[in-house]
Design a protein around this ligand. Structure first.
Ligand code: URA
Length: 216
């Protein structure tokens, strides 16, 4: 079979995740939003869960938070096509807009829902084997690190996940969008760019060191 016709392990996993009923969230979501990107990425970005637009498109970070993230990645000299981008929870959790509008309002996933989804994230990480994981927000950080963290205490610290991945925690792009004052919003966006730049530098060095080791 020509190489491009082969189904990759990530695609097989995506197919299985599309039928996931491990928690109740699948009942009210349009579809599973699985991770996407370079299957050999040095950096994996983990968000919280898909939002309204991601749920409809079936792709992570394509809504307003995704646009901010893309801008921050560009600022850090990173191209999204070189990364693998996924979420801790793969179904959209939402409630009705009480004003009667059509837009569905994001609800934070319960810890039980994060836990139910963790096997998918675990397998994605195992298949991609990144040098660095960047957790966007506390839900992602708690899922990856398997413990409670706060952004203020853990941001910028090189951490290690139970599976041994170098892990960084930073603010979620949606939290930046909620900052009311434009100046503060811009400052937060700059901090996100700095965090991503740092993760990129460490991933680059770790990747080079690994390559040298394997060619020795
Ligand atoms: N927020 C997330 O955490 N993930 C997405 O995919 C979109 C918004």
């Amino acid at each position: 079979m020509p190489r491009q016709d082969r189904v990759t392990p990530l695609e097989t996993l995506r197919g299985k995740a599309a039928r996931c009923t491990a928690c109740p969230l699948y009942r009210h979501a349009t579809q599973t939003v699985f991770g996407e990107g370079d299957a050999r990425a040095r950096i994996v970005l983990v968000g919280e869960q898909p939002g309204h637009e991601e749920d409809l498109a079936g792709r992570p970070f394509v809504g307003p938070a995704g646009r901010l993230l893309d801008r921050a990645l560009a600022g850090a000299g990173l191209d999204r096509s070189q990364l693998y981008v996924t979420n801790a929870v793969k179904h959209f959790k939402w409630k009705k807009d009480r004003s009667g509008g059509k837009r569905r309002i994001h609800e934070r996933p319960a810890q039980s829902e994060v836990e139910a989804c963790r096997p998918w994230l675990e397998q994605e990480l195992w298949l991609v084997r990144p040098e660095v994981i960047v957790c966007l927000g506390v839900t992602a950080a708690r899922s990856v690190l398997q413990r409670r963290v706060t952004i203020s205490a853990s941001r910028g610290e090189p951490l290690t996940s139970p599976e041994g991945y170098r892990t960084f925690v930073t603010i979620h792009p949606s939290a930046i969008l909620r900052v009311p004052d434009q100046k503060n919003r811009e400052a937060e966006e700059h901090r996100l760019v700095d965090d991503l730049r740092r993760a990129a530098r460490i991933a680059h060095h770790a990747g080079r060191a690994r390559e040298e080791e394997t060619t020795r």
